[in-house]
Design a protein around this ligand. Structure first.
Ligand code: PDD
Length: 277
């Protein structure tokens, strides 16, 4: 079952207009929630980010976010989802194609569940990544449907036989195609500050809290590609990747080329936040 507007319907009954602004302009916003043991993980943080994005792009939410959370829980129950994700998007709705925001558009909400196991192999063995220019706009903190540069970045990585890209602006590392990136040097975690150049990841926030609780020093200051190459450890964080080690960058191993102790400690700490484990 899908959630379409405020009703649970079969996928075949999700009818979206070809005039939807999401289709014309990518004019919409979204969230990807993790579901563990049938329960939404950190729903408040996701809904807060959704509300912020909605406000910034002036897209009225169809209902208050507490109501949205209740609808998503109904969706999860209707699908009997235990382990997976919920994707939810809200577009500005149908209107004849014109750049200006329409005076009377009705937002269109659509959400569905996907069964997804935790990425055990990747988390154990780590992934390879390549660096790439971050060619995105200057509001990467907004979770909008405009993901063409992110899809191009992911494909760039896959075409080179690796899992993901590490994006940088003129040598300053920002994030990955669909996750945040952190490095460890001399026991200190570093990651790009949560400003307009990165998505403020929910997992990033959880991991930084766990690091502080474990007395691992954290510096939310940007680092360069050169510093990345010289890191003791590199890992990415995100709803679907949790805490995944990066073991090589541009074909060069990160330190020994094996996941490091800080990454392992954070993986274990993260696991303890997962309900039902
Ligand atoms: N992506 N950075 C970008 C560009 C992202 O798209 C995401 C999430 C993250 C990590 O955020 P979080 O920890 O809240 O998942 C960072 C989702 C999963 C997606 O687009 O599929």
């Amino acid at each position: 079952m899908y959630l379409f507007q405020n009703r649970l319907v079969p996928k075949s009954q999700v009818a979206v207009s070809p005039d939807d602004r999401g289709y014309y302009f990518g004019d919409g916003i979204y969230e990807v929630f993790r579901v563990y043991a049938g329960v939404l993980y950190e729903p408040e943080a996701h809904l807060e980010r959704l509300e912020r994005t909605a406000r910034e792009v002036r897209l009225p939410l169809p209902c208050p976010s507490a109501e949205l959370a209740a609808r998503l829980e109904e969706l999860i129950a209707a699908n009997g989802l235990k382990e997976g994700t919920v994707y939810m998007q809200i577009t500005r709705g149908p209107a004849p194609r014109s750049h200006a925001f329409p005076a009377h558009a009705e937002p269109v909400l659509m959400a569905y569940c996907t069964v997804l196991e935790r990425p055990a192999g990747m988390m154990r063995d780590g992934i390879a990544a390549v660096t790439m220019d971050d060619i995105r706009w200057l509001r990467c903190d907004l979770k909008t449907l405009n993901l063409l540069p992110n899809t191009m970045a992911k494909q760039y990585a896959l075409d080179r036989g690796v899992s993901d890209v590490i994006l940088h602006r003129s040598g300053t590392v920002t994030e990955c195609s669909a996750s945040n990136v952190m490095m460890v040097k001399d026991g200190v975690i570093r990651t790009h500050p949560a400003n307009h150049l990165i998505l403020h990841g929910v997992t990033r926030k959880v991991v930084l809290r766990l690091a502080r609780e474990a007395d691992i020093p954290v510096r939310e200051t940007a680092f360069t590609v050169d510093e990345l190459r010289d890191a003791d450890e590199v890992f990415i964080t995100g709803t679907t990747v949790e805490v995944t080690p990066v073991i090589s960058v541009d074909g060069q191993p990160v330190a020994s080329g094996r996941p490091g102790p800080v990454t392992r400690a954070l993986q274990q700490a993260f696991e303890r936040t997962i309900p039902g484990l």
